[in-house]
Design a protein around this ligand. Structure first.
Ligand code: ZN
Length: 298
């Protein structure tokens, strides 16, 4: 009869050892972020206090994402779904609705001043608001407020995380401005194929010209390249950044026929994986301003 109490004690000890972990996991706020850039902001505010799932991960295209059955399960089990809004994730409202989830949808762009797209997109709201650091500070405040509302017990953590990150964003904003300052004013313009840098242009004074009718989903054709050459010549644009580089000889033609420099990658809609050039929002923006400065400074 001596073995039974011992076993009970052993079970009790085991439960005692498991209980704190189980409790901690239960307390974590379950948060879904729609895409990688937003996920990085969410992680900076939530830290260890949240359990974060990202729907469109690094190198993914959130404009055209097709949700999976697993995404629906993740949303159904979450308390908060953080989205960019401004029509960026057109596929998301239906997904949230289809899960019957009672999760709060947090629109990170709430309170920013939206701008319209350029050229063919002039009648549409431009969703790429995170390309301005001042806007991202609003994103971070919105995310912080949503976390405090959903999990008041963690409010001091969320507030402290957010204010530390907001300070880093202020430093980033200063770095971008001093990067632009070294570029001669007449050279602060580039051609890109993706109309994604309008907020950056408005905030920092570099103009991005996107030739009309060129798809960002495919490599540029000979006809696209001819249109880019005309544009570069007409506006005396010193540099061209293409999202999909495609045929090297076509790109070489732009340089040969216009004298414009060909820049490397500018990241707009997604972060890279940990080994890439832009694994965080701050690193993405730092990479872009370094690349612009490298190519545009004589
Ligand atoms: Zn985009």
């Amino acid at each position: 009869m001596r073995t039974i109490p011992q076993r009970i004690i052993a079970v009790a000890l085991l439960l005692g050892a498991l209980a704190p972990n189980a409790h901690a996991a239960e307390q974590k706020l379950r948060v879904v972020a729609s895409f990688s850039v937003l996920a990085d902001l969410v992680r900076n505010v939530g830290g260890d206090r949240i359990e974060l799932t990202t729907l469109v991960g690094p190198d993914g295209d959130a404009h055209v994402y097709s949700p999976t059955p697993q995404d629906a399960k993740t949303i159904a089990a979450s308390s908060l779904v953080v989205i960019n809004g401004l029509g960026f994730e057109g596929w998301l409202p239906r997904l949230v609705e289809s899960t019957g989830s009672r999760a709060t949808v947090v629109e990170a762009t709430k309170g920013i001043t939206p701008r319209h797209g350029e050229g063919a997109n002039a009648d549409k709201i431009d969703p790429h608001a995170w390309q301005s650091v001042a806007n991202v500070k609003i994103y971070v405040s919105n995310i912080r407020d949503a976390f405090v509302n959903a999990d008041a017990a963690g409010s001091s953590i969320y507030n402290a995380n957010a204010s530390a990150y907001l300070q880093q964003l202020d430093a980033l904003d200063r770095e971008i401005r001093s990067g632009v300052a070294v570029i001669p004013a007449a050279r602060r313009q580039v051609v890109t194929t993706h109309d994604a840098f309008g907020y950056f242009a408005d905030a920092y004074g570099i103009s991005f010209v996107a030739p009309q009718g060129i798809s960002t989903d495919t490599e540029p054709t000979a006809k696209d390249i001819a249109a880019i050459i005309l544009l570069v010549r007409a506006a005396h644009v010193p540099a061209v950044f293409l999202e999909k580089l495609g045929d090297g000889r076509l790109i070489g033609r732009i340089a040969a026929e216009t004298g414009a420099k060909i820049g490397g990658t500018l990241f707009s809609d997604s972060l890279t994986g940990p080994g890439g050039a832009a694994p965080t929002y701050i690193q993405m923006m730092n990479h872009n301003i370094r690349e612009l400065t490298r190519v545009l400074v004589d």
